[in-house]
Design a protein around this ligand. Structure first.
Ligand code: ADP
Ligand code: MG
Length: 229
């Protein structure tokens, strides 16, 4: 089996042009190992979100490539790229991104519905149970706490059985207690499902139980606890 689920090659992203250009990523070669819980750290503005967005093909690079399971993402036509993103990648964002008009349950199933995929109800039950959402399924996001909304967003990411989950500061909008609960649940789901995950955070405490920590500064990797694998 391949070692790497994601690989970047000389990945660069700049915003703006000329003297006003911001070089958010500078020729990064990063790989993500199957089954690992990788944390990307670095201070604000170091390029973490930019990297995560490119890994998830939510944005296009200025130069360089991203390979997901050996597929050169940005060489794909747009519709194939969208399909690949939908099938292979689960996202968890700081601000949950739930559909307010839908119940928690409907939100969780939405990616499968949009993709016309069958529902594995035993898996859904397991995810719902793991995240402690049994009694919140009929609630709309507005009737849930921040921590509960983020648990719904995690469930939504896991239910589709993605190859990889990408999370950008998933606890960034939560108080300390909910933040550590959500972190514990992310870790537990990674372990339970052998789910490959990449999480961005600027909080060193949250990185404690990662398999690997990649640190960015000024668009470059400045340390990598998993380097040399
Ligand atoms: P982080 O997530 O580590 O805080 P980002 O990836 O969001 O960092 O940003 C990296 C750099 O790129 C920062 O200097 C930021 O100001 C800049 N940047 C990010 N997004 C944009 C954008 N849409 N337009 C212009 N500059 C941006
Ligand atoms: Mg960010």
């Amino acid at each position: 089996m391949d070692t790497f689920i994601l690989e970047t090659r000389q990945l660069s992203k700049s915003y703006g042009h000329g003297e006003a250009a911001v070089h958010a990523l500078r020729s990064l070669d990063v790989n993500i190992v199957y089954g690992q819980f990788t944390v990307i750290m670095g201070r604000s503005g170091s390029g973490k979100s930019t990297l995560l967005h490119l890994l998830g093909a939510l944005d296009k690079p200025t130069a360089g490539k991203v390979f997901l399971q050996r597929v050169d993402l940005f060489a794909l036509p747009d519709d194939a790229l969208t399909r690949m993103r939908r099938r292979k990648i689960g996202f968890v964002f700081q601000f949950y991104n739930l559909v307010q008009e839908l119940t928690a349950y409907e939100n969780m199933l939405l990616p499968l519905m949009l993709d016309g995929q069958p529902l594995d109800s035993a898996h859904v039950d397991q995810v719902v149970g793991l995240l402690g959402l049994e009694n919140r399924l009929k609630h709309r996001p507005g009737a849930l706490s921040g921590g509960q909304q983020q648990r719904v967003a995690i469930a939504r990411a896991l239910i589709a059985k993605p190859a990889i989950v990408l999370a950008d500061e998933p606890t960034g909008n939560l108080d300390g207690k909910s933040a550590s609960e959500v972190m514990d649940l992310l870790r537990l789901s990674a372990r339970t499902f052998g789910q490959t995950m990449v999480m961005v955070t600027h909080d060193a405490r949250l990185a404690e139980h990662a398999d690997r920590i990649i640190e960015l500064d000024n668009g470059l990797v400045i340390s990598d606890s998993g380097a040399g694998r």
